[in-house]
Design a protein around this ligand. Structure first.
Ligand code: HEM
Length: 419
């Protein structure tokens, strides 16, 4: 008999509280306790839709797999009611990226770029990922023995890779950074920007991006190249060009989803390697370990923190009755520390045999389109860094972003000597 316990479990509030993500040890100990006692827990929060917090591997797996029951909607990215009320008041259409649409129409839009992200196509990017990694790691020489690995290397490296994939020039990188941090950094005071006029901040930013991507579309229609911007600009669904709104959000999802997720993984992975010098040395001595190490890094860091899904019918999830219309939150970092799948889940171990059971990229029809790109980026940057350094250690405190949606290590001070 399924249970239907609708008493709010306040421990689940850390899943949607931006500041809670700035202290991941505390976050994991709170959520670990919740997962062991109530892997599907009811949570009520002021100003948010009430939701079922799904924190077990089995639960997140099941919700993701059963896309016939649990739908993505225009509120897939967990956020307070206020954000949506404000957008409606400003007359801004709700987002329509791949993660906000569902069913046949989602599949059709996904097919526009799907081939581009298949393993064989992504293999073709390796040479340019190598070149870009070398270019940013060359900075280690001029930085002279100390730097902030996150802001000096990982962020500009991942931005350049995604810009290269789009095929847009370097001078636009700062602009892209503003977009991604503006959209996903919300909550962290370091990224909030000028809030004296929030209306202008939101509408102005969206307007500027509209203009930017409209120009890009025109350019790629006039002179197609072999980049991703060309694929999106000339993409067709049901024999017609992508709708204007859908095209804009397509650019935005690839730019945003493809950038800080990966840099948070690279920086968070290095943070753990620096805390485990034996594993760091093992990786230096045997670079073939990098493939499994990358799975472990992405399991450990799990930078996409959660998504919302809407139940379309009554459903029993891990013994709990979910009713039609309920919201569920899939917590990827929680699922990735489930002890029933990952023994000693709070230990970072680059040789972990089951590291590839990670759920960091989700699962099912919305499975991360860029997972192969992300893996290659992390592998390449970490491998090449370790090839170059003779010694490397922490040079201060790592800092995490205070953001509930996409977050991770934002500052990683290191001290190093080069070979
Ligand atoms: C470590 C890095 C990354 C992580 C952890 C990550 C994680 C995720 C997750 C959890 C989802 C939703 C999956 C689901 O709902 O089942 C997703 C979707 C997506 N990701 Fe990633 N991602 C990463 C890197 C990238 C990169 C590099 C790109 C592009 C180059 C990218 C593009 C996308 C797109 C377009 C979607 C939407 C797919 C859809 O809804 O059909 N991601 N990602």
């Amino acid at each position: 008999m399924p249970t239907e316990a609708r008493t709010s479990d306040q421990r689940g509030l850390v899943l949607i509280t931006p500041e809670a993500f700035a202290d991941m040890d505390h976050w994991h100990s709170t959520i670990g306790e919740l997962r062991r006692e109530a892997p599907v827990a009811w949570v009520e929060a002021d100003g948010w839709p009430s939701f079922w917090a799904v924190t077990s591997h089995e639960g997140v797996f099941e919700v993701s797999r059963r896309s016939d029951v649990f739908f993505n909607t225009e509120r897939s990215a967990p956020g307070p009611d206020f954000n949506y009320d404000m957008m409606a008041a400003m007359g801004i259409d709700p987002p329509r990226t791949l993660v906000h649409i569902h069913g046949d129409i989602h599949q059709k839009y996904r097919n526009v770029t799907n081939d581009w992200f298949k393993p064989a196509a992504v293999r073709g990017l390796q040479e340019s990922i190598d070149t870009i990694a070398d270019e940013y790691l060359d900075r280690l020489v001029e930085l002279g023995g100390t730097c902030d690995f996150a802001t000096d290397i990982a962020v500009p490296f991942t931005i350049r890779v995604i810009m290269g994939i789009f095929g847009v020039p370097r001078e636009d990188e700062a602009f892209m950074l503003e977009l991604t941090q503006g959209l996903f950094g919300a909550g962290d005071p370091e990224y909030l920007g000028d809030l004296t006029d929030p209306f202008e901040l939101v509408t102005g930013t969206i307007r500027r991006f509209e203009t930017y991507f409209d120009e890009l579309t025109e350019a790629r229609r006039a002179r197609p190249t072999n980049d991703l911007a060309t694929v999106i600009a000339n993409g067709m669904v049901d024999g017609k060009p992508l709708g204007e709104i859908e095209r804009l959000w397509y650019y935005i999802i690839v730019a945003t989803a493809g950038h800080d997720t990966t840099s948070f993984s690279a920086s968070g992975g290095l943070e753990q390697l620096l805390r485990h010098p034996d594993q760091l040395r093992a990786l230096q001595e045997d670079p073939s370990l990098i493939v499994n190490a990358t799975e472990e890094i992405i399991r450990w860091t799990s930078p996409v923190r959660s998504f919302f899904r809407w139940a379309q019918e009554d459903f029993e999830l891990c013994g709990v009755k979910i009713s039609k219309g309920d919201v569920v939150l899939t917590s990827y970092p929680a699922a990735n520390r489930d002890e029933t799948v990952f023994p000693n889940p709070d230990e970072f171990d680059i040789r972990r045999p089951e590291a590839n059971k990670l759920l960091s990229f989700g699962l099912g029809m919305h499975y991360c389109l860029g997972s192969q790109v992300a893996r290659r980026e992390v592998q390449t940057l970490v491998r090449k860094l370790l090839e170059r350094v003779d010694t490397i250690e922490l040079n201060g405190r790592a800092e995490w972003t205070a953001t509930h949606f996409v977050s991770g290590v934002k500052h990683l001070p290191i001290r190093y000597t080069l070979k």
